[in-house]
Design a protein around this ligand. Sequence first.
Ligand code: BJW
Ligand code: ZN
Length: 238
Amino acid sequence: MFGALSSKMRDAEKIVFVTGAGISQESGISTFRGKDGLWRKYDAMQLATIDAFYENPKLVWEWYEERRKNIMSAKPNAGHDAIAKIEKFRPTRVLTQNIDGLHQRAGSTQVYELHGSIIRIKCTVCDFKETATSGFSDLPPLCRCKNILRPDVVWFGEALPQDVWTGAIQEASSCDLMVVVGTSLAVSPANLLPVYAKQGGALLVEVNPEETPMSKAMDLSLRSSAANALPQMLEIFQ
Ligand code: BJW
Ligand code: ZN
């Protein structure tokens, strides 16, 4: 599967994975784009905005509650597991756009959550923030300060958490091998991470059944699913 590249990959001292919705697809979690990205009759892209939230907080909360239930009952797949195992052999970082926590549940310890987490909620007004694994009886849930609570995720038009983003750029710029898995690379600024890696001289490998805007810049593009390709990649480092 990796051909002549496997020895160069084996030489990598530091590995960075950039992951997106596609890595969790085989755990039964929908991706965003394409037909998969429709919930009821709504386009996921239209729901993931601060404007949509303030226009109809109940609707957006219903979307998140349904996804949260699905995520809680989902399990990491062979792709998440392989990344967690690679950490036993090489310093490994995971820069994920996913909010599902599946990398951590698989055992990865160095995970940068670029777009936040569905497992946390925060107040739209005060500093209140907490972990919330159970459902809410009334939607939208309210804070003690009487304002609306929201999922602690990053919507379009919002900045990524500053410290997470700064750390992610540092990791991307200083790795020897970047593996980009299951992301359409349609969303900025996360789609710049492979550019930082390339500028830093890293080897670039992509795992995606479909072509992406960065495919031509990759040293290797594997047209494969994450759960199929990543366990084979693990064998290189074992
Ligand atoms: C498999 C597979 C298998 C399938 N194995 N692979 C014009 C107007 C307004 C804004 C902008 C604009 N132009 C650019 C912007 C900026 C905007 C943006 O990028 N928009 C584009 C859509 C054009 N970005 C932002 O707004 C970001 N913030 C920002 O820029 O801030 C600037 C700022 C500075 C200072 C002050 C204020 C602001 C924020 C972006 C936040 C994105 N949020 C979401 C929702 C998160 C919460 C939630 O999950 O609900 O993040 S949107 C959604 O897209 C989610 C994802 O993390 C993200 C990326 O999607 P991803 O992961 O790539 O999934 P898909 O579905 O696109 O792709 C799946 C891939 O997997 C496919 O390629 C499949 O082929 C593959 N696949 N099965 C492997 N089994
Ligand atoms: Zn509050």
